[in-house]
Design a protein around this ligand. Structure first.
Ligand code: AN7
Length: 401
């Protein structure tokens, strides 16, 4: 019912093979026989979850699951007004079991590992992927190995990887170095690689598109804005919307709009320069450590998603990221980690630049929860006032400026 296919040379591989990229080096996609898939809106009634869309997922065994997906799509009218738009939604992926969108990819990816008989799972990570892999590895009863850039992973994410029992290795290097190493390790040791170069991860993540369309009454927004790091999620969501359109469930695909931090923005540079490929950045740097990535593995797919959909890519500064994070928090009650706030920061910038039309219906994906990165919160918010345990001191403090 499905196979793997190279996006460049179109060589096909059986779904039984353990393979991550084509022999030509190209990225792989999971391709279905769509003529065999017959889904109507009626078949998709009932509560949201990743596995509700099982007919469009490449898995034939019982899933390794913690009830992922089914995240809220919030209307954010105060943010919309402050930016000068009418219809803005936030798909809050921080509401997944481990607090990020990675769970959608891991429920599918770790289930695939079991289906293929793999004995150990592994990834490199800026934090969230490792947290999710540790959790789903534990759920599946399979050991997990994670490679992290030393000193650059938010504490909440590290805590998850440690508590859920992964073998946690701190690499003296950045994420791009760690990814290279883990790919080599998986080849040598027969570990199953669960970074987003693995096309099954992206199959799980495409359900973000399914849920947004579902939540909007089987309509796509005009534009989808999200942070871009390794560039897996933007390609996954684009694939999801395209599949819905092919199946006749929606009429249009949103303009895919990727936001990167100014200090780590190879995809934005390639879009600006109209280049066929990105130029890797050797020293990516940003406060949004989740997207501190200089050589995104899925960039060829991402450039295609952005160009084909008529979208764009833009950078935001760390200051813009922090103000958007604070705005989401106090204007709307939505707590997200810095990388996630870049979607709102980018939306504001693109509206100011006149790239985004004021009549567009926009959905922003907030990819991770605020609690992932509390050290950052303490560095940008005022400290609590410490006072004596008397009512006078409390009253004085409450009314102080
Ligand atoms: C909160 O965990 O790459 O463009 O190793 O954690 O699909 O990479 C995290 C990425 C956005 C970027 N927001 O998504 C990892 C990792 C958050 C993230 C991204 C990440 P991609």
């Amino acid at each position: 019912m499905y196979h793997l296919e190279c996006i460049q040379c179109h060589k096909k591989y059986s779904a039984k093979e353990v393979i991550y990229t084509c022999t030509c080096g190209g990225l792989l996609d999971v391709i279905y026989d769509y003529s065999q898939i017959n889904i109507t809106k009626n078949d998709l009634k009932g509560p949201l979850s990743v596995w509700k869309y099982r007919a469009l997922l490449p898995i034939s065994i019982d899933p390794v699951s913690l009830k992922e997906g089914g995240t809220p799509l919030y209307r954010v009218d105060r943010i919309a007004k402050s930016i000068g738009l009418k219809d803005v939604y936030v798909k809050h992926e921080g509401m997944n079991p481990t607090g990020s969108f990675k769970d959608r990819g891991m429920t599918v990816g770790v289930t695939k590992a079991i289906e293929l008989g793999m004995k150990t799972v592994a990834c490199a990570s800026t934090g969230n992927t490792s947290a999710s892999l540790a959790v789903y590895g534990a759920r599946a009863g399979v050991p997990a190995v994670v490679l992290l850039p030393s000193g650059k992973v938010a504490l909440g994410k590290l805590a998850q990887a440690l508590m859920h029992g992964a073998k946690v290795l701190s690499i003296r290097g950045n994420f791009d170095d760690a990814l290279k190493l883990v790919r080599d390790l998986c080849d040598r040791e027969g570990f199953y690689l669960l970074n987003s170069v693995n096309p099954y991860r992206l199959e799980g993540q495409k359900t973000i598109a399914f849920e947004i369309a579902d939540q909007l009454g089987w309509k796509a927004p005009d534009r989808l804005v999200l942070p871009v790091g390794n560039a897996g999620n933007i390609t996954a969501i684009y694939k999801g919307f395209k599949e819905l359109k092919n199946l006749g469930l929606i009429d249009s695909v949103p303009k895919m709009t990727g936001i990167q931090a100014q200090g780590a923005s190879p995809v934005v540079t390639a879009i600006r320069n109209n280049s066929a490929a990105i130029t890797p950045e050797g020293h990516p740097e940003t406060i949004a450590t989740a997207i501190r990535i200089g050589n995104p593995v899925n960039s060829i797919k991402a450039l295609k998603a952005i160009r084909e959909s008529g979208g764009t890519a833009e950078t935001v500064t760390d200051e813009e990221i922090i103000s958007a994070q604070q705005e989401l928090a106090y204007l709307e009650g939505i707590g997200v980690e810095p990388a996630s706030a870049s979607s709102i920061a980018g939306l504001r910038k693109l509206v100011n630049l006149g790239v985004i039309d004021k009549d567009e219906i926009v959905a922003c994906v907030t990819t991770g929860h605020l609690l992932k990165d509390s050290e950052h919160v303490l560095s940008v918010c005022p400290r609590p006032m410490e006072i004596d345990a008397t009512i006078e001191a409390v009253r004085k403090a409450v009314f102080s400026k």
